[in-house]
Ligand binder design. Structure first.
Ligand code: SAM
Length: 281
């Protein structure tokens, strides 16, 4: 049975959790909205979830209500008493660690096959996503990512070629994952409301294309989008073997990075990975 919990507004008032801008604190208080976000990964009954930044525990409650066991990492010590109360309402189901999520090693907080869900703090959201998507080992230990970003960042993750949002994050999010915009969230849903709109992105791993190194993919996209207005024969010049790889893949050097499909980047990555591989620049 789901325990009765006090309204989040009361929890915030009782524990003096005035939102800190420096910690990217924009809280979600609407239980129905939080339940809808917790439903995005699918059935969580018996599942393990790692949550970054539980704050007063809004999304945490929804994940616990969905039947998950949650490990949460929160940097703001002020939130810990409120989270301890929540843990007492769901005995054995919530573990809270006071730390900076950027310094957390995933195996310490997430069993193989678990999910990651978070209303991410703006200042570290992209860095965490890059960590979770960049490993050489694939599939990753997570089964899904359900993450709230500023809308502009969410658009970049799911962008298609030809759009101005298409770039390094799109390739990172799509070359061995499926990324979709699961839910736009209006700024007024947050307390306090941020200046910009938000959206939840849902990402699941797919089989890694054979013979492609994640490091090489990162080097190609960094070079190609580092000078996105230039032709590829110019922007990729500094990457050893890249111009030959363009030719081997039948990709015209006059094209610009934002016109290449994810598959074309993968094809380039395969050719470069199969050679000795590019040297670090
Ligand atoms: N989950 C809550 C919700 O949905 O209402 C709070 C989300 S709020 C956008 C982001 C949370 O991340 C805050 O509680 C903040 O203190 C925490 N936070 C900020 N930087 C962090 C970091 N580097 N590591 C862990 N938590 C962090």
């Amino acid at each position: 049975m789901t325990p009765d919990l006090p309204p989040l507004r009361d929890v915030i008032a009782r524990h003096g959790l005035a939102a800190s801008k420096a910690l990217g604190q924009n809280f979600l208080l609407d239980g129905q909205l939080l339940d809808r976000i917790a439903a995005i990964p699918g059935d969580l009954a018996g599942a393990s979830v790692y949550e970054v930044g539980p704050g007063p525990g809004g999304l945490t409650r929804a994940l616990l209500r969905a039947g998950a066991t949650v490990t949460a990492v929160e940097r703001d010590a002020r939130c810990l008493p409120a989270l301890a109360e929540l843990g007492a309402a769901f005995p054995g189901k919530l573990k809270v660690i006071e730390d900076d999520a950027l310094s957390i090693a995933l195996p310490d907080v997430l069993p193989e096959g678990g999910h990651i869900a978070s209303n991410l703090p703006y200042n570290v959201g992209t860095a965490l996503l890059v960590q979770w998507l960049s490993g050489e080992t694939w599939p990753p230990r997570w089964q899904s990512l359900t993450l709230m970003f500023q809308r502009e960042v969410a658009d970049r993750i799911v962008a298609q070629p030809g759009s101005s949002a298409y770039g390094r994050l799109s390739i990172l999010g799509q070359w061995r994952s499926t990324a979709r915009l699961a839910m736009p969230v209006h700024r007024s849903a947050f307390t306090p409301p941020p200046k910009v709109m938000s959206a939840v992105v849902h990402i699941t791993p797919k089989p890694e294309p054979e013979g492609v190194s994640a490091k090489v993919m990162e080097q190609i996209t960094a070079a190609a989008f580092g000078q996105r207005r230039k032709m590829l024969r110019q922007s990729l010049k500094s990457l050893p073997g890249a111009l030959d790889a363009l030719e081997a893949c039948g990709i015209q050097g006059e094209r610009r990075a934002e016109t290449l499909s994810v598959e074309e980047f993968v094809a380039l990555g395969r050719v470069l990975s199969s050679a000795s591989g590019p040297q670090p620049r």
